[in-house]
Design a protein around this ligand. Structure first.
Ligand SMILES: [Zn+2]
Length: 597
């Protein structure tokens, strides 16, 4: 928090105000939440209210205040209005006229269905504290009560917060951080209760589709057990999985005692898609340790008004992404072949993004606030995701530690040490402390590793780290080779639009621009669908004439085609693994691997 918000209002021995929010939604189809804030026991002439500009877990300033309207303040009697003014985009100030009871009324437009925003329609309501509730600077540590007023008799409320006995639909958060960390769902969501390791868990599902709750619970139990075993127990009293089924949704947001998940409603039948769902579950659940409790110093105390810069998101998100592939394998949801297949796909993705050679991983983390969530046509040329590369770096670290210690140690020991040293007490870690823990587990100086792969942009040496396990990375050129042009295209209303031009590719060198409309090769029309096939008619080094509309102007550009690129990468067994390699591989992934070169 900023200085101004940590210092309590001037004056000694002031008694704390009571803070109570009421959230009504009399016309849910209008997408408007009607919020009333009751402050009692207020003792100073002004009351400041601030709305967060972001929510933890999603590192982008979202300006939640843009959805707020109809703000007013009164003494509890609407005829006695109090003077209120805006100080900044998210800051309101009320002159209290020495009244100790202040009622604030406002409405919030909620029509963005994502795990990090608010959504209200005729079927349900969902909100995140950061996007709906003000904090009172200086009083963030006060408990906050929230009462929901359902618009229909059959609507019920689901939230990780404890309800207050004897008060309908009323819940209490110990402080503002907890309120922000506790999403609310109101509607006719389906509820399923289950126990894992003696603790109550709940799955709440909004929306229809082909999800099989029994199967989801069975697999989720296995995931919970594997993660609990890794960290040595479950650090909560109860846990809620809140699942939204939507047409093409995908996303999750982690909380200490819950997570919000958004997944495509018919994405549960096909095994590969369902595995992707379980990886999402494993990912958000892993976060209850890594990032919710094991936090970088910069996120130890949230500043809700500003960017919270850290170079460690590669560990918070990337390492969690690595484990979201590992955990279902350990839970026997899929086998080692599927695990390596998944890793291979991610490696393929990394190796096709030119930005990996431009942006260091630590910088990708630091600049999350302005880059990762704000992609444009140049993003892939200039950036690399800290999820994707962080996952790969975590993979290499796991291999490095395992190879050094014959599988007697692994990245699991790093996670456990981080939990013991920082997570349990919720003490923020510095990048140096993180590195110290990894080095102490590996018993190796990792200066070179960090310089090259985390703070630098050297290519990740997969083969070097796979070799002790008798594995290598194979680049595969399947089918007839396609000479390299360096563009991604899509069909848009009958037009073939160039979405992306790879930096330094033949197309980029010739002057093709993202946003151009592709028309013809050597004078003959070409569509998005035909492009790859048409390029096969030429050889590496041939010059083709590519016609495009650039800003409405017809241009024909000569382009010299380059050498074909691998279509994918695959982790495969080396031809004749020695005994040590066999032992290492078995110690890591067990037996039964089928991957061949
Ligand atoms: Zn995550």
């Amino acid at each position: 928090m900023t200085e101004a918000t940590t210092v309590r209002p001037s004056g000694l021995h002031r008694t704390a105000p009571s803070i109570h929010y009421q959230v009504a939604m009399p016309q849910p189809e209008s997408h408007l939440f009607e919020v009333t804030l009751f402050v009692k026991g207020w003792q100073t002439p002004v009351l400041d209210l601030k709305l967060p500009v972001w929510t933890p877990g999603s590192y982008l300033v979202r300006e939640y205040a843009k959805h707020l309207q109809d703000f007013s303040a009164d003494t509890g009697d609407q005829r006695h209005r109090l003077l209120a003014r805006k100080i900044s985009k998210n800051h309101w100030q009320i002159e209290t006229a020495n009244t100790s009871e202040i009622t604030v009324r406002y409405r919030v437009f909620a029509n963005e269905l994502s795990v990090r925003t608010n959504h209200l329609d005729a079927t349900h309501g969902y909100f995140n504290g950061a996007a709906l509730f003000f904090f009172i600077p200086g009083w963030e540590h006060q408990p906050i009560r929230v009462t929901l007023v359902p618009p229909k008799p059959d609507w019920h409320v689901t939230t990780p917060l404890l309800s207050l006995p004897g008060e309908a639909n009323t819940f209490e958060a110990a402080n503002f951080d907890t309120l922000v960390d506790s999403p609310f769902e109101i509607g006719s969501q389906q509820l399923y209760n289950f126990q894992v390791l003696g603790k109550p868990h709940q799955l709440a599902i909004w929306g229809q589709g082909n999800a099989d709750p029994e199967q989801i619970i069975e697999d989720t139990k296995k995931i919970i057990e594997v993660e609990a075993e890794l960290y040595g127990g479950l650090p909560y009293d109860r846990y809620l999985f809140l699942l939204h089924l939507s047409s093409n949704g995908f996303g999750g947001l982690e909380h200490k005692n819950s997570c919000s998940l958004n997944f495509s409603r018919f994405g549960f039948r096909v095994k590969e898609k369902y595995n992707r769902f379980l990886q999402l579950v494993a990912h958000e659940f892993f976060h209850l340790w890594n990032v919710k409790r094991i936090r970088p110093k910069a996120l130890e105390r949230f500043d809700y008004e500003n960017e919270n810069y850290t170079t460690s998101l590669w560990f918070c998100e990337g390492t969690t992404s690595y484990y979201d592939l590992v955990i279902p394998f350990r839970a026997q949801i899929y086998d080692a072949n599927a695990f390596l297949e998944g890793m291979s796909k991610e490696i393929t993705q990394l190796q096709t993004i030119p930005g990996r050679k431009v942006q260091p991983l630590s910088e990708s983390s630091f600049d999350a606030w302005i880059k990762l969530y704000r992609r444009d046509a140049n993003s892939n040329n200039s950036q690399i995701s800290y999820y994707l590369k962080g996952e790969m770096v975590s993979f290499l670290l796991d291999l490095l530690i395992r190879a050094q210690h014959e599988n007697q140690r692994s990245l699991d020991d790093v996670m456990r040490q981080m939990w013991q040293r920082f997570g349990i007490q919720e003490i923020g870690f510095t990048p140096q402390q993180l590195r110290d823990v990894i080095e102490s587990v590996a018993q190796t100086d990792l200066s070179d590793f960090f310089d090259r792969y985390i703070d630098g942009t050297d290519e990740l040496p997969f083969d070097e780290y796979l070799e002790p396990f008798g594995l290598r990375l194979s680049s595969i050129k399947s089918g007839e080779p396609v000479p390299h042009l360096g563009v991604n295209v899509n069909a848009d209303n009958g037009k073939t639009m160039i979405q992306f031009v790879e930096a330094a590719s033949p197309a980029a060198v010739a002057g093709v621009d993202a946003g151009d409309e592709l028309l013809a090769i050597n004078g003959w029309r070409v569509t998005a669908e035909q492009l790859s096939d048409r390029l096969k008619d030429y050889k590496v080094g041939d010059t083709i004439q590519v016609s495009v509309f650039h800003q409405d102007e017809l241009c024909t550009l000569p382009i010299i085609l380059g050498a074909p690129r691998p279509s994918r990468y695959q982790i495969v067994l080396v031809e004749k693994p020695c005994n040590t390699q066999r032992q290492n591989l078995t110690g890591w992934l067990g037996t039964g691997l089928k991957v061949e070169g």
